[in-house]
Design a protein around this ligand. Structure first.
Ligand code: ADP
Ligand code: MG
Length: 730
């Protein structure tokens, strides 16, 4: 091959540091880093979260009330208002020759720095009429000329995820320069595949997804890039699977030993039929002498933990060890205390290891684990660290597996010879898609909660009627039950996490909703003061005025681990009646005596998160009530929340809200840029998933190590996407 040298150079440029791109000053490089962008590749795959279609522009006069449209105009006036202590809004009067529209943007005070009177702006959203004016609330707002952004010539304006420091207009400009930098780079997709599906070339697709001439062109570009992401994922998973299969034979577990029997005897309840079936499935794959890959899918509260307990006991009966990985400290601790106690009672030695385990204790635990004196180690990410070296690991269980990246899973499994893997998840993945995504995976489903007959009702309440929720809470408290009050994360910290979740926005967002990231990662210390203030004030008010005769406590992410643990313990023991919390309680927390949950500003949460949250109640034998309190009057928000009233089933809910089936929820890569998937939506892209699955299998069939000249570029891309390899300096 004698290719012009610049093609090679352009290809390498992809993985060069982003600061080589024109206009990326050190300060902007820093701002880009906040968005997770370090390399040129990161930059050109920093995809728009939506587009404004200027070809369907209305004028202020022609815009119809109640309809969604785009209006182009000039900023007549822009001002910042503070109607409440913790609320800022920016109000813009936009004029266009035919009239005026008033635009209100909540909680985006930085717009004041980005937009000036006289700027040409496009706004896209739903038109309402209030106090004598046509209005838009929280529309997409884009400076399209006059301001600092490049003048746009096309009819479609991309809206890139941006930060306070770097406006969407600037991101757009830098992305354009980034695309310039890689012009001529090789297309890693073999030509045969591109022709088969009539896929655009990569450079064309990247250009078109950022700067499409028409919405249809953006769709075509997306199709190509989604296929590419999925092909790499499939290749990675299949190669990894093949490697595991090549490994030494796996342990054929003893699944009817004394500890398994004792564990069954220690349970305070009888398993449901579905749990029994899942247990039998799992013990079946554990007994086989091959490395198992089993996923247990069940909506929140269906009782997956105890089923996994049988597997852990079987590992101990087989003279081996097991690990149970959980995404948060609260959850790991709960497993250690609940499941751990049952296992101990059955003669299985357990210990807990988390980031906050004191050094001497940690040393003693890892030592005992390495010496084979401990059967089961339960913990958080701390389990992945190098000093955790089991003597004979035969089983790795990953709870809430959607919270972990493929690289973390690989790291855990690498701690044993060929350990069986068991994944627990509440993400509703249809069977065919799960098989396509994970290849040789076996699956069990649990569809019903143990006390399914126990009613859990959900009601959406406007703020004015939240007294009804408080009345229900009081009634529950007087019956000796407990109450959760959940406060959202608001304010500046939101925007920063927003950056981390770049490209992973929900569909609600794309539909013009105010965006609220559905991520609250415990241990992440960037909670804004506002958040803490809101929750703290709520707790104070509830204690002083609403429930002075009960004990109210506060739990939020910015508290120390010890303090958090203490509060959780008091709540579990019943010493605390009302727990006011941010979303740290989102995942897995289990206090069956809690029967009422009030979610404040519920419209600020994603449906998936609300469903996780309400999974915290209705776990015992008592009926449970969930109240979603919202001050929003926006129809879309209320319609979204109403879906929560209509169904209590996470799988059904997912059918309603595509965003629930985001790939990010399956592979958990919103925390891990290394996982390589940015555009895939497993619901919408089912057909492409299946195609990529078949194509990857066919490719590996003829070239298992991807060594043929035609495939080398592919192999490289797969490595970069999934190995967590950091290519650029820094
Ligand atoms: P998830 O599937 O969301 O992880 P958990 O494993 O935390 O759910 O279980 C939810 C609750 O149901 C726990 O309190 C658990 O003890 C309880 N539970 C599980 N199985 C049963 C059962 N068969 N009968 C009664 N309660 C059960
Ligand atoms: Mg669980």
């Amino acid at each position: 091959m004698d290719l012009p040298i610049d093609r090679e150079k352009a290809t390498l440029a992809l993985d060069g540091p982003v600061n080589r791109v024109r206009l990326v000053s050190p300060a902007r490089a820093k701002a880009l880093e906040k968005l997770g962008i370090r390399t040129v590749r990161d930059l050109v795959t920093h995809f728009p979260r939506s587009y404004i279609d200027l070809s369907s522009v209305e004028s202020c006069a022609s815009a119809r009330i109640g309809e969604t449209c785009t209006i182009r105009g000039t900023v007549h006036e822009i001002k910042l208002k503070k109607p409440r202590y913790n609320l800022k809004l920016v109000e813009i009067a936009l004029v266009d020759g035919t009239g005026i529209i008033v635009v209100t943007a909540f909680r985006q005070p930085w717009l004041m720095d980005q937009i000036k009177a006289g700027d040409a702006v496009a706004v896209s959203g739903k038109v309402t009429f209030d106090y004598g004016y046509k209005r838009m609330t929280n529309p997409f707002i884009e400076v399209i000329g006059g301001g600092e952004g490049p003048a746009l010539t096309g009819t479609v304006v991309p809206v890139h995820p941006a930060t306070e420091k770097l406006s969407a207009a600037w991101v757009r400009r830098i992305v354009a320069n980034g695309l310039e930098e890689i012009r001529g780079a090789f297309d890693p997709l073999p030509l045969g595949l591109r022709l088969r599906y009539r896929l655009m070339g990569r450079q064309a697709a990247l250009t078109a997804i950022h700067f499409p001439a028409t919405p249809a062109e953006a769709d075509e570009a997306r199709r190509r890039l989604v296929y590419e992401e999925l092909l790499y994922l499939e290749l990675f998973l299949m190669q990894e699977g093949a490697e595991r299969a090549r490994d030494r034979e796996a342990v054929a577990h003893i699944v009817d030993g004394p500890r398994v029997a004792a564990f069954a005897g220690a349970l305070p309840f009888v398993l449901t039929g579905e749990q029994e079936r899942a247990r039998d499935d799992i013990l079946g794959v554990l007994a086989a002498p091959t490395a198992a890959n089993h996923m247990l899918l069940g909506d929140v509260g269906t009782g997956k933990t105890v089923v996994a307990g049988f597997a852990l006991a079987a590992a101990a009966d087989s003279g081996c060890q097991a690990m149970l990985l959980a995404p948060t400290e609260v959850l790991a601790r709960q497993h250690a205390e609940g499941l751990g106690a049952l296992l101990e009672a059955a003669g299985v030695g357990c210990a807990l290891l988390t980031g906050s385990t004191a050094a001497p204790e940690r040393a003693s635990i890892t030592e005992r684990f390495a010496a084979g004196e401990l059967d089961v180690l339960i913990g958080t990410h701390a389990l992945l660290s190098d000093d955790v070296r089991p003597a004979r690991l035969s089983l790795a269980v990953i709870d809430e597996q959607q919270r972990f990246g493929v690289d973390q899973r690989a790291k855990l499994l690498a701690k044993g010879e060929a350990p069986d893997a068991l994944y627990l998840t509440a993400t509703p993945i249809p069977r065919t898609l799960a098989l396509a995504l994970y290849g040789n995976l076996t699956l069990s489903y649990i569809k019903h909660r143990p006390h399914d007959a126990v009613l859990r009702t959900t009601r959406v309440l406007p703020r004015e009627l939240q007294g009804e929720a408080l009345d229900a809470a009081r009634a529950a408290l007087e019956r000796g039950e407990q109450v959760y009050v959940v406060c959202p994360l608001v304010g500046k910290g939101t925007e920063e996490r927003d950056g981390k979740a770049a490209g992973k926005r929900s569909d609600a967002d794309a539909a013009g909703e105010e965006y609220h990231p559905a991520v609250a990662i415990e241990g992440e210390a960037d909670f804004a003061d506002d958040d803490v203030t809101a929750a703290t004030r709520e707790a104070e008010v509830l204690q002083k005025t609403t429930f002075p005769d009960f004990t109210v406590a506060l739990l939020h992410g910015a508290m120390g681990t010890e303090a958090k643990r203490e509060v959780m313990e008091q709540f579990r023991d019943g010493a605390v009646d009302v727990l006011v919390a941010t979303t740290v309680i989102e995942v897995g927390v289990d206090v069956p005596n809690a029967t009422v949950m009030i979610v404040q500003d519920a419209d600020r949460f994603g449906l998936a998160q609300l469903h996780q949250l309400r999974g915290r109640v209705g776990r015992g034998t008592k009926a449970a009530e969930v109240f979603l309190v919202s001050a929003s009057t926006r129809e879309e928000s209320l319609a979204r929340l109403a879906a929560m009233e209509t169904t209590d089933d996470g799988f059904e809910l997912a059918a309603f809200d595509l965003s629930l089936r985001r790939e990010g929820d399956i592979l958990g890569n919103r925390q891990h840029g290394a996982s390589g998937l940015k555009l895939v939506n497993i619901m919408r892209d089912g057909a492409i998933i299946e195609a990529a699955h078949a194509d990857a299998a066919a490719l590996l069939d003829i070239d298992p190590n991807l060594e043929e000249p035609d495939h080398r570029a592919l192999a490289r891309e797969v490595r970069i996407a999934f190995s967590g390899e950091v290519v650029a300096g820094g």
